[in-house]
Design a protein around this ligand. Structure first.
Ligand code: MAN
Length: 507
């Protein structure tokens, strides 16, 4: 059967041989001239020369399979479907004569004799289909190119306006810097003046306060002295202290305050004058007095001394409340408040004003610096050979599927947002264009890397494939591997001149 096939093939080959070298079955047209029936054939890798009759004899002679382009004899062979009217197509030679029509011209099965079925030639239909599709692509490309021009225009404008904004900001910054330095000087001067004036006034206030306190203490000690001086003979005696058993705490604290202890309190001074009391005993006695003799008699609560605490002492010394009525009434003097004189207050106000102006200048400078660095950052991006991607700066494009809303923010990040929880997951940060290969420009894909780490997996990343389209639009998002996402993004920015596929005609 195989012999019959070979015979048929050789017959076909022989009839065509004279007119047309290309018709050696399975040879791509560009190599046809290497197969000359009038000459021995040298394997294309140059390894061997064989008689031409061994071409396509269903026995593999050449290591590179070049002697068997039209049979399945060599495992590594490639069969070229000539497909006249359509495009040459390469198939593995194992598919030759296997009963399945692979080539649209049926050339892979012309020597197949095991079946009655013949391959129909579908090349013209395919060519028509290809033409229609190409026509559509041509129209899309033309419209896309018009839009791309607009994008380029916009991009150039945007880049120019960023550059201009940077220049203007730089000028503003220089001005602010000068103003800030000037204000800093003025601030220092004004603060120094205000501080000096303030310090002088504060010293006076301090002195006044001390004086006030001295007076108050004097009045209070005077009042206490009067209260303790039960017989009003202008002397205090140990006997007059006896009712204050709480003073026992200063001695043996046995609950009984004895005359000896009272005498000891007064350092054996049998009679204590007011002056001696104020100087040596007032401060000592005040923290311990709980009740005054007056209170004991329940006549009035005037001059009551609160239990042993600093506040009570303070109150006694400075409180103006009614509780200590009698004593306080005598000491009713306004506490000292810091009211600066007009000139000092003017200097303080002036210094505050300049400080505010300085702070404001500093804030403006920081804000200009932030803007500058943001704008300079934008210019760092590779916005395409003709700035056609510039208009995508600061823009995000969304794509929704059943579970997530995906966001593509060129030059920034990609996001996966749960439709349920609305929580965002970073699926990559801008990592540049590419990958680049010899046939495909790097601008055909965007890389986003180092997104949120996947549970037990890599950090999430996104590869965006760009295709020519009439508007900027994400048309699909997939996750081919766990936490590795792929997006297809249509944009006029990658539309390129349309190249028609050459269908080859019979010579
Ligand atoms: C989330 C999503 C998915 C991802 C898993 C990995 O559910 O980010 O896309 O595959 O986490 O655990």
């Amino acid at each position: 059967m195989i012999k019959l096939a070979i015979f048929t093939f050789l017959l076909v080959a022989a009839t065509k041989e004279a007119s047309c070298l290309q018709n050696v079955l399975g040879v791509i047209p560009e190599r046809a001239s290497l197969y000359d029936p009038k000459k021995p054939f040298t394997c294309l890798d140059g390894s061997k020369t064989i008689p031409f009759s061994q071409i396509n004899d269903d026995y593999c002679d050449c290591n590179d399979a070049s002697d068997e382009p039209g049979t399945s004899a060599c495992l590594n062979g490639q069969f070229a479907c000539e497909n006249l009217g359509y495009i040459v197509q390469m198939i593995p030679s194992g598919r030759v004569a296997d009963g399945i029509c692979d080539c649209c011209d049926g050339s892979d099965e012309i020597n197949y004799l095991l079946s009655d079925s013949k391959c129909e030639n579908t090349c013209n239909a395919l060519a028509m289909q290809m033409k229609e599709e190409e026509e559509k692509i041509k129209i899309l490309t033309e419209q896309g190119l018009t839009k791309k021009k607009e994008l380029i225009e916009q991009g150039n404008q945007l880049k120019k306006s960023i550059e201009e904004a940077i220049e203007a900001l730089q000028v503003k910054r220089d001005g602010l810097e000068i103003e800030k330095t000037k204000l800093e000087e003025l601030k220092k001067e004004a603060e120094a003046k205000a501080n000096t004036a303030k310090a002088a006034q504060d010293a006076i206030f301090e002195e006044q306060r001390a004086e006030h306190k001295r007076k108050e203490t004097a009045e209070k000690s005077q009042a206490l002295f009067s209260l303790l001086d039960l017989d009003k003979d202008t002397y205090l005696t140990p006997e007059e202290l006896l009712s204050h058993s709480e003073l026992d705490i200063l001695f043996d604290n046995d609950g009984t305050f004895t005359l000896e202890e009272a005498a000891q309190f007064f350092d054996s001074n049998g009679k204590v004058t007011y002056e001696l009391f104020a100087e040596s005993y007032y401060e000592k006695i005040v923290p311990h007095l709980i009740q005054t003799p007056v209170e004991n008699e329940e006549t009035t609560d005037a001059g009551a001394v609160e239990p042993d605490s600093e506040e009570s002492d303070e109150e006694l010394l400075g409180d103006e409340s009614d509780e200590h009525g009698d004593v306080e009434e005598e000491t009713h003097e306004e506490p000292v408040v810091n009211t600066y004189d007009e000139e000092t207050q003017r200097l303080i106000d002036e210094s505050n004003k300049i400080r505010n102006e300085f702070d404001e200048a500093e804030r403006s400078l920081s804000s200009v610096d932030r803007e500058l660095s943001e704008k300079r950052g934008q210019l760092q991006f590779d916005l395409g050979p003709e700035n056609e991607f510039a208009s995508m700066l600061n823009t995000c494009f969304e794509y929704e599927d059943r579970e997530y809303i995906y966001k593509l923010c060129p030059f920034t990040k990609t996001i996966q947002q749960s439709r349920n929880t609305k929580s965002d997951t970073s699926i990559g940060n801008w990592a540049g264009w590419g990958p680049e290969d010899t046939n495909v420009s790097k601008y055909m894909s965007m890389k986003f890397q180092n997104g949120l780490a996947c549970w037990n997996g890599p950090q999430r990343s996104t590869l965006v494939h760009l295709t020519c389209g009439l508007e900027n639009k994400v048309t699909s998002v997939t996750e081919p591997n766990k936490c590795e996402y792929e997006m297809v993004f249509e944009t006029p920015a990658v539309c390129a001149e349309f190249k028609k596929t050459d269908a080859h005609e019979e010579l």
